[in-house]
Design a protein around this ligand. Structure first.
Ligand code: 4NP
Length: 169
């Protein structure tokens, strides 16, 4: 990899309107705080197509806002086989997402770069970020806590893996 090539990271959930847009925003914020913006290309998507073109879920936007992050610019997109080729790291929010992502990996060429996001959570539970869509407000706060603490550890790991110098990671 050339020194100028960004590390391409994609977060994937089902609809790309709740969990993965939040993970994208939280991780991007941590990368910016560490002074590493130019080293990363950060995106998110969903395995389903129902919400393609939509903004983030209102409840997720409000939760993000409460924690000083904006999801107002987000537009939902669907994960593609090309994403699997082009991204260096793909982080699935739950096991269904992981399964659906690996469906594109017919020749088992990319499985090494696809991981469950909560592998990096110091309190991983069942290793899945619970889908908050059909539940109440507290589910969205819970997703925020999981995503926040996991993103911190994930960035530490990627800094190590890619031998980066962080200002304050
Ligand atoms: P997300 O949440 O995968 O975290 O974006 C969901 C959004 C929409 C639906 C399910 C989960 N849905 O069934 O439309």
């Amino acid at each position: 990899m050339a020194a100028s090539d960004p590390i391409r990271v994609q977060f994937v959930c089902l609809g790309n309107i709740c969990r993965s847009p939040l993970a994208e925003a939280v991780f991007r914020d941590r990368v910016a705080q560490a002074g590493l913006d130019e080293h990363f290309d950060i995106e998110s998507s969903g395995t389903g197509d129902w919400h393609v073109g939509d903004g983030a879920d209102r409840r997720m936007r409000e939760t993000a806002q409460k924690h000083g992050l904006s999801l107002e610019e987000h537009t939902a997109s669907q994960f593609t086989a090309r994403d699997l080729e082009e991204y260096d790291h793909v982080f699935a929010m739950d096991k269904d997402n992981l399964h659906d992502i690996l469906y594109f990996d017919e020749d088992d060429e990319h499985s090494g770069k696809v991981r469950l996001f909560r592998e990096f959570d110091p309190e991983p539970g069942d290793y899945q970020v619970p889908d908050p869509y059909h539940g109440g407000r507290e589910g969205f706060e819970r997703v925020y806590s999981i995503v926040d603490r996991t993103s911190e550890k994930l960035l530490e790991r990627l800094i190590e893996e890619h031998d980066l110098d962080a200002a304050s990671a």
